[in-house]
Design a protein. Structure first.
Lengths: 201, 538
């Protein structure tokens, strides 16, 4: 009998930061690999600077609930540091947080970056990276979300190549340059994660 | 066949295309909007010449669909739960006329009011109209139920309701398509009196509806969407409707329950199966994503039967949506205390976009009203409702579509002046025109602001029926053209705008002020598309 594979992933960010694109890449890879998938989204707030999240569930068994039960998420993938912490109640005790460190400040009472990073560091399993800077080095700040995805690839239950293939599928019609830039973004994020995992272990 | 990854809404849309629908009629409303948007963007729909478009409101949408059904073709109409309130006259009477071509009314509810004024349960309306209701538990059922629904509708010549909720509408999963079928040809009803509701006729039609109730119940008993899953532990039976079935199954690691379960996806309630559970079990837990409708039925007014657990006895919360964890608690399972969100996390409430024209409209209104105590600005449903939030604090009411104008009039009638109404362009054509006519008929001294951003903004920028017509509509309703003023809501025009507003507030008759500037979101998308088209042609 096949081993049970399940990944319950929370994707988080502010509207416009591209979390649904990340969800689509992971989803494409998971479906191609033959897994069942459910992905619940929040609509409408993206235009208005609100927090957005997606519940992404992957499994080799049919999936019942569209919502991830509280305390059962394996992974929080966040393109914004404060948003990463909003979903801490959802995370299992063995769960990982993969987060960008660049704040998106659109409210008057946004906390200080140092305080945010301190709280993130208190969470037991986490990987944090400055996705904007890495993305800029690669060629465009627009691929910051794919940098974060790269950092999350060791935790998705899918192979790195499967994610690369999905990127080719998703960005193919935008041309080879865009595809290569996103593949480079993925790799850069992945390298960052590998270094940090080594330190934790 | 290929598996498509579809939102619940999209599954319904694709299901309709594949089931031979000829037309869809809808007004935007979260979480139903994506059904019609999917159809509007579909190449298939254009090839098959399926009629698709936004109606002025939900009532005209239901009536348009009924008109298509009248000539024998299959039609669907979609709305959010409160939209059904607007459509109720057409909806309830369509169950008396019945249908000719298959007719499906999709109503999308919003438990927990993620983006609505209430969490009313559309199953109440289906029950009130005495028609079958289909309630999918997952995306595949949502797709399959459309074909089934059209068949059921044509078999009994009755509209069929389909009821979904936010968490299914906006969740994506794999859906397998079934065989496509052709649309119907035009073919009028064999009963020429079917659609005439003069009392003599209506009584006959109503008797037919009453006679059919038994048949609808039999269909429910035999329906593949209602499933009795027996279990050995008869201390408690569990009834689970729609999405709550998923949350229930999520709590069983191997998807096997010791308690008997009745999954309900088709109404009228399958009474025989409910009776079986009630007779065999000591107690019944009812899980409904919405109001405790089934729970209430079982409990009865006197609650002197077996123990019925659900929302009414606190087993699950009285209000709000269900979740896997709430269901786990209801089942008596060990649920670990959830960690708290770290206190450093602050709320990011939705806010008006930077540069939104409404901001400058509100700034001008507030300055013109400087010195007047709060309470005089009656508003409505749209992006501008966010004018309630800090730092604008610009509006005092928001109740239902069009209420801004009519409440302002009521307040003015009571001597409370000035009375300002703030309404959007799409909301105005939806239900503001009739209120404005009331005001004109009484020469009420109200000042109506129609914030014209040339779109239906809050739901994602759908086309607005008001576009290019506001001035002529207001003149046609009898507003004095000298008191129809168009403003440009920008920082640089602030002073002149304040001046105009002051003049019209002073005027003791109906004033309509139209601050007009395109929504920055639709403008940005339009420019992006233009740029892309230019790049392609170059």
């Amino acid at each position: 009998m096949q081993d049970k594979m399940k990944k319950d992933i929370i994707l988080a960010g502010v509207g416009g930061q591209g979390i649904l694109s990340i969800a689509a890449i992971i989803g494409t890879a998971a479906v191609k690999a033959g897994y069942f998938l459910k992905q619940a989204e929040v609509h409408g707030m993206s235009q208005r600077g609100g927090d957005v999240q997606s519940n992404l569930r992957i499994s080799n068994d049919p999936i019942a609930s569209d919502l991830i039960p509280v305390g059962k998420a394996d992974l929080i993938i966040s393109v914004e540091p404060m948003e990463a912490l909003r979903y801490v109640p959802m995370l299992s005790s063995e769960g990982w947080i993969i987060t960008n460190t660049t704040p998106f400040i659109n409210i008057p009472d946004y906390p200080s970056k140092e305080d945010l990073l301190k709280v993130i560091e208190e969470q037991h399993y986490h990987i944090k990276l400055d996705a904007e800077s890495i993305a800029k080095e690669i060629g465009s700040v627009k691929c910051a979300n794919v940098v974060i995805l790269g950092a999350a690839t060791p935790f998705l239950g899918l192979s790195y190549e499967q994610i690369e293939d999905a990127i080719r599928v998703m960005f193919g019609r935008k041309g080879e340059e865009i595809v290569n830039m996103n593949l480079a973004a993925l790799k850069a994020g992945n390298e960052q994660a590998k270094q940090q995992i080594k330190l934790i272990r | 066949m290929q598996k498509l990854m579809l939102l619940g809404d999209e599954a319904i849309a694709q299901g309709a295309i594949d089931a031979g629908m000829s037309g869809i009629y809808a007004y935007p409303g979260t979480p139903s909007t994506e059904i019609t948007e999917y159809i509007l963007q579909s190449k298939e729909v254009k090839e098959k010449k399926i009629r698709a478009g936004w109606s002025t409101n939900e009532k005209t949408a239901v009536e348009g669909a009924l008109g298509m059904s009248y000539v024998g073709k299959r039609a669907m109409t979609c709305m959010k739960h409160v939209g059904l309130n607007v459509a109720a006259d057409a909806f309830i009477n369509s169950s008396i006329t019945g249908a000719n071509g298959g007719l499906i009314v999709v109503s999308a509810d919003d438990p927990s009011m993620h983006s609505s004024q209430n969490e009313q349960d559309s199953r109440f309306y289906g029950d009130f109209a005495m028609i079958p209701i289909l309630e999918p538990s997952n995306q595949q059922e949502a797709y399959d139920m459309v074909h089934y629904g059209f068949d059921l509708s044509e078999k009994y010549r009755i509209p069929v309701m389909m009821r979904i909720t936010t968490r299914l509408a906006h969740s994506r999963a794999g859906v397998v398509q079934s065989k496509m079928r052709e649309q119907n040809e035009i073919r009028l009803s064999p009963n020429p009196k079917q659609f005439i509701l003069l009392p003599g006729n209506a009584r006959k039609q109503y008797k037919t509806l009453l006679v059919n109730q038994d048949a609808f119940r039999k269909e429910s008993e035999q329906s593949v969407f209602n499933q009795y899953i027996d279990g050995p532990d008869k201390k408690m039976g569990i009834i689970a409707c729609g999405l709550s079935f998923n949350y229930l199954m999520e709590n069983y690691p191997r998807r096997i329950s010791a308690n008997p379960i009745l999954k309900i996806g088709q109404y009228p309630i399958p009474v025989d199966q409910v009776r079986k559970m009630y007779d065999e079990c000591d107690s019944v837990l009812v899980l409904e994503e919405g109001y405790p409708l089934i729970e209430n039925h079982l409990r009865g007014l006197l609650n002197n039967g077996k123990q019925i657990k659900g929302r009414l006895d606190g087993t699950v919360p009285r209000d709000g949506e269900l979740s896997p964890n709430l269901v786990a608690k209801a089942l008596g399972m060990e649920v670990a205390e959830a960690k708290a969100i770290p206190s450093i996390v602050k709320n990011r409430p939705p806010a008006l976009c930077k540069g939104c024209p409404h901001i400058f409209s509100f700034n001008a209104i507030k300055e013109a009203m400087n010195g007047t105590e709060k309470g005089h600005v009656f508003s409505d449903i749209g992006c501008y409702t966010l004018g309630f939030m800090e730092p604008y604090n610009a509006i005092d009411t928001c109740v239902d579509m069009g209420a801004s104008i009519t409440m302002a009039k009521g307040a003015a009638d009571a001597g409370f002046l000035p009375a300002l109404a703030v309404i959007g362009d799409s909301t105005f054509t939806h239900s503001g025109m009739t209120g404005l006519l009331d005001a004109v008929s009484d020469n009420s001294p109200i000042t109506v602001f129609i914030l014209d951003n040339e779109t239906t903004g809050m739901t994602g920028g759908q086309t607005s029926a008001a576009h290019g017509r506001l001035e002529s509509i207001c003149k046609g309703l009898g507003v004095d053209p000298a008191h129809i003023r168009v403003l440009n809501p920008l920082p640089k025009t602030h002073e002149e705008n304040v001046q105009v507003i002051r003049e019209e507030i002073a005027y003791q008759g109906v004033s309509v002020i139209i601050p007009r500037r395109e929504c920055i979101q639709t403008a940005a998308r339009r420019l992006k598309t233009m740029k892309q088209t230019k790049e392609v042609t170059n």
